[in-house]
Write a new protein. Structure first.
Ligand SMILES: Cc1cc2nc3c(=O)[nH]c(=O)nc-3n(C[C@H](O)[C@H](O)[C@H](O)COP(=O)(O)OP(=O)(O)OC[C@H]3O[C@@H](n4cnc5c(N)ncnc54)[C@H](O)[C@@H]3O)c2cc1C
Length: 469
């Protein structure tokens, strides 16, 4: 088979899988020595590598998956190209927006995702207007008027507003590095409210999330402003475009298994036995994955602790395509918020207002429970739950994708979260340079969030190595 055919085959199989199409030139030449090796072709790694290449450094990116993008994943074979990973490009994402212009990628508003919400609580379907007096509403007297999806924000609003995003690690706020559950209990939040908050919390659980982390993320979100966008045609185009600028400097299906600092070199070995040397390495893999890579040479105790203990939020999704129109008008105009294994359901409609696509998005403990089951059983539970509340959808929707980010070998979770005590003990050590190893990725940058963090950290790590090689 010719090289071009292999590349075509790879690209075609990625499209069938719904992944971003990639072209991956085979490695040219036998010289396995580089100025910098970047591990991981997500947003952070690609940003680093492209920058260093443009500055004239000899760079290689090693990516374990057969596609680029990491936690950015667009389903290219579905109507409107839904996102499975990184979705919202916030108003404050200055670097990502500048790059989008540079890469000639137009951004489009995410208006279609921001709909009204219908609730399923204690097995009952409830309109927002009916919630305060509904029999399923078991909240305390003072909480009754608050919608289930607003309980978290209402209770967080009573807490401190960090002036600077960096405040959260300040010794001044050590008293907030406690489980958010404990903080809420101190605020007299009722047990039913805690149950509803936990049902769709953007973290593993209230017990496992530091209040300091929660307040920090809220400060960032507030500072970021309203009105998110995504790349027209899907965010996967963004990482594809960066990868296209790398061509010969990028190899996929290269799982790094060993990173060894020896003398003046970093020696890197992959699962297929191939070995590479560099003067410096930039590691962008999530720490949840890095902890399974053998790291030798000088690595501080605190860095090892951060790598071993960092935890990533479980997120599981089931995507449904609508085959035939059904009588489910409520879903056409609303998203769904449930207190059960269906999580939240985001609906999409076409220009005629007809339902075309549904995504069930399950967070935290509910996701963890589903993730213990074989994929087919997890899907069945979500499907049955959807049919229970919307029998009109039976035989009219089909499952087109299931994604457990926690079970994904090269992610092991959706995004970093810090538990009580970890804001003080781990955060200061996430990005520190360890001899010839530099660290980038969303988990290493705390002035921004998500995709913007990944990019900013990628540039920061690239600048760290410049002048040192
Ligand atoms: C469901 C979901 C929704 C999200 N929504 C948003 C959002 O709306 N807005 C936002 O800003 N952000 C969002 N994010 C977060 C955002 O997608 C990530 O922060 C960002 O994409 C992370 O980029 P990264 O480069 O740091 O890490 P990754 O994308 O994880 O890149 C790391 C790369 O390393 C590779 N790798 C792992 N192990 C190895 C190994 N051993 N050898 C070689 N390669 C390896 C991986 O395959 C991967 O490609 C979301 C994420 C998820 C999962």
């Amino acid at each position: 088979m010719h090289r071009r055919d292999i590349i075509k085959g790879l690209a075609a199989s990625s499209v069938l899988l719904g992944a971003s199409a990639i072209t991956t030139p085979l490695f040219a030449g036998n010289d396995h020595s580089f100025d910098v090796i970047v591990i991981g072709a997500g947003l952070a790694g690609l940003t680093s590598a492209e920058y260093l290449k443009n500055q004239g450094y000899k760079v290689l990116v090693l990516e374990a998956r057969e596609r680029v993008g990491g936690r950015i994943l667009t389903l290219n074979n579905q109507l409107n190209k839904p996102e499975v990973g990184g979705l919202q490009i916030g108003q404050g994402y200055g670097l990502m927006r500048t790059y989008a212009q540079r890469l000639s990628l137009p951004l489009v508003s995410l208006g279609n995702y921001a709909k009204q919400t219908t609730y399923v609580v204690n097995e009952q379907i409830i309109n927002a207007a009916d919630w305060p007096s509904h029999v399923a509403n078991q909240l305390s007297k003072v909480e009754k008027n608050t919608l289930p999806s607003a309980l978290y924000f209402k209770n967080m609003a009573k807490g401190p507003a960090f002036g600077l995003p960096t405040d959260w690690t300040s010794p001044k706020y050590t008293h907030l590095d406690i489980p958010l559950l404990e903080y809420f209990k101190q605020q007299q939040v009722s047990d039913e409210a805690l149950r509803l908050i936990n049902a769709n919390l953007n973290a593993q659980s209230l017990q496992n999330l530091s209040a300091a982390d929660a307040f920090y993320r809220l400060s960032l979100a507030r500072a970021g402003g309203r009105g998110a966008h995504r790349v027209e045609g899907g965010n996967g185009r963004f990482t594809d475009a960066l990868a296209n600028n790398l061509q010969g400097e990028l190899q996929t299906q290269k799982e790094v298994t060993h990173i060894n600092q020896q003398g003046q070199k970093v020696k890197i070995r992959c699962g297929d036995g191939s070995e590479y040397n560099a003067k410096r390495a930039i590691i962008t893999t999530p720490f949840s994955v890095l902890k399974n890579v053998e790291l030798s040479g000088t690595i501080s105790h605190l860095k090892r602790k951060a790598i071993n203990e960092a935890f990533y939020t479980p997120v599981t999704q089931v995507h449904f395509s609508v085959k035939k129109q059904a009588d489910v008008s409520m879903l056409e105009s609303n998203n769904l918020w449930t207190d059960n294994a269906l999580g939240r359901v985001f609906s999409q409609t076409n220009d005629k207002g007809e339902l075309t696509y549904l995504t069930s998005w399950i967070n935290g403990q509910q996701a963890q429970q589903l993730d213990t089951l074989p994929e087919v059983d997890a899907i069945k539970i979500v499907q049955q739950s959807l049919h229970k509340y919307y029998p009109g959808l039976k035989d009219k929707v089909e499952v087109v994708h299931h994604q457990s980010w926690a079970n994904e070998k090269f992610s092991k979770g959706a995004y970093i979260q810090f538990a009580a005590g970890q804001v003080q003990s781990l955060v200061p050590h996430m990005a520190t340079v360890e001899d010839k190893l530099h660290f980038a990725g969303e988990h290493t940058e705390f002035m921004n969030s998500g995709m913007e963090s990944a990019m900013v950290s990628g540039l920061r790590a690239a600048q760290e190595v410049m002048g040192k090689v």
